[in-house]
Design a protein around this ligand. Structure first.
Ligand code: GLY
Length: 350
């Protein structure tokens, strides 16, 4: 097992290893003297791991209640959020009790935001069950729900008290969902770590999960500790996401987040090369590693069709959008870009 400690507005451990669900109760006991725990999960994950989680918590002497909502991004809305808050109140959770998020990014975001709001904040534990949640959304305290105007428009920076990444859960993921998380893993190599990138080129999908997840989490931990509230260096984690989000939204979310990010990474790599910011050879390496992981690198959508999503990007600031451009494998730059230039940059990367 590997442990990575984050010291942000809260200090907490991220543990990565096999069998962590079966020792959940003991791990939670180590956090404090709460009596009740409230498990939040979805209809895909709860039938697989809910029983083991609850059994471990009960064996450690907790009284456990649970809330299971329909799996999918459509559930990450105000209605589910209010239902969950009411369920917490009905279960009589107090400020000294604990909420546990068991699932992928949607569960973590919704449960984390509910933990941030209920009684003005109760502690919560993240148990990511997808690779994408393990290396990205469960780390660093971004929590949110979607509004009809867009994704993640209401939320809070609210750090968990513990993150348990059980590798056994990742082993049972359908390969397609595992691949989605690989887009974020490749992103860390392009952003910060040429050695990780080369390892992924060699291993393909067959990488050492514990070591690679721990490396990605450590890289993200460093960023979160430097810029918890996303006003500076944390913005780089958005690499591939500006164009990726536009593709994802234009597909009406029928294309997964991971595959959209893969397309966004390929677009920004090609665009960066066309502007002379990175070499053609580095852009080609980024595109080929994505392909080797079975991820898409092209979209049929036109720059014209994608432009409106770029203009409504929530990270837009006045007349500019911060594009994250690869300069080389392992080095990227934040480039405040006038919105008037976005269409031609996107066109160059398609
Ligand atoms: N998912 C990007 C971040 O946590 O900042």
């Amino acid at each position: 097992m590997k442990t990575i400690t984050v010291s942000a507005s809260r200090t907490y451990d991220i543990r990565i290893g096999p069998g962590l669900l079966t020792t959940l109760g003991e791990a939670v006991r180590g956090l404090g003297k709460e009596e009740k725990v409230f498990l939040v999960s979805d209809t895909q994950v709860y039938p697989l791991y809910g029983g083991a989680a609850e059994a471990s918590l009960k064996a450690a002497g907790y009284s456990v209640s649970s809330f299971v909502f329909p799996a999918g991004e459509e559930s990450k809305n105000g209605e589910t959020f209010l239902k969950l808050l009411n369920a917490l109140a009905q279960a009589g959770l107090s400020r000294s009790d604990l909420l546990i998020a068991l699932g992928g990014g949607v569960v973590g975001d919704l449960a984390g935001f509910s933990a941030a709001c209920y009684l003005r904040g109760i502690r919560f534990v993240q148990i990511p069950t997808t690779l994408l949640a393990a290396v990205d959304s469960s780390v660093g305290g971004k929590t949110a729900i979607d509004l009809s105007a867009g994704k993640n428009l209401a939320g809070a920076f609210y750090q968990p008290s513990l993150v348990l990444c059980d590798l056994d859960a990742l082993d049972t993921l359908p390969e397609d969902i595992f691949r989605d998380g690989c887009a974020e893993v490749i992103k860390y190599g392009v952003l910060y770590d040429p050695e990780l990138f080369s390892q992924l080129e060699t291993s393909g999908l067959d990488f050492d999960r514990e070591a690679v997840i721990a490396r990605c989490v450590a890289l993200k931990r460093d960023v979160v500790m430097e810029d918890e509230k996303d006003t500076g260096s944390r913005m780089k984690l958005n690499l591939g996401h500006t164009f990726g989000h536009a593709v994802e939204a234009h597909s009406r979310f029928t294309l997964s987040h991971g595959k959209s990010v893969a397309i966004g990474l390929a677009i920004i790599a090609r665009a960066s090369a066309s502007m002379g910011i990175c070499s053609e050879a580095d852009a080609a390496r980024i595109v080929s590693v994505l392909k080797a992981f079975g991820l898409p690198v092209q979209t049929q959508y036109t720059a014209e069709a994608l432009l409106p999503y770029l203009l409504s990007d929530k990270k837009r600031s006045g007349g500019t959008v911060n594009l994250i451009l690869p300069e080389a494998i392992g080095r990227c730059v934040v480039s405040p870009t006038p919105v008037s230039q976005l269409q031609s940059i996107l066109q160059a990367g398609l």
